[in-house]
Design a protein around this ligand. Sequence first.
Ligand SMILES: [Zn+2]
Length: 82
Amino acid sequence: MVIDCKHVWNFISDYLDDGLSPETRDLVQRHLVQCEICAAILDSTRNIIVLMADDRVFELPLGFSERLHNRLQAEMSTPPNG
Ligand SMILES: [Zn+2]
């Protein structure tokens, strides 16, 4: 059995959820190694799932702790007022 891109697209969410039978999974995997389009779709689908499941949204902005650290160092190296 050979599957084409449309079949793979139907299988992608189940593929990522480990919901495919070993035979189907194997077919999808074999298609993915030779089809850039489906590999790209798999990648972006996986990224979307990761983003949705990812609670790093609530992390501090990039560079924030570094700026805070620099600020603290500057404060500590400044002589006290008086
Ligand atoms: Zn394909």
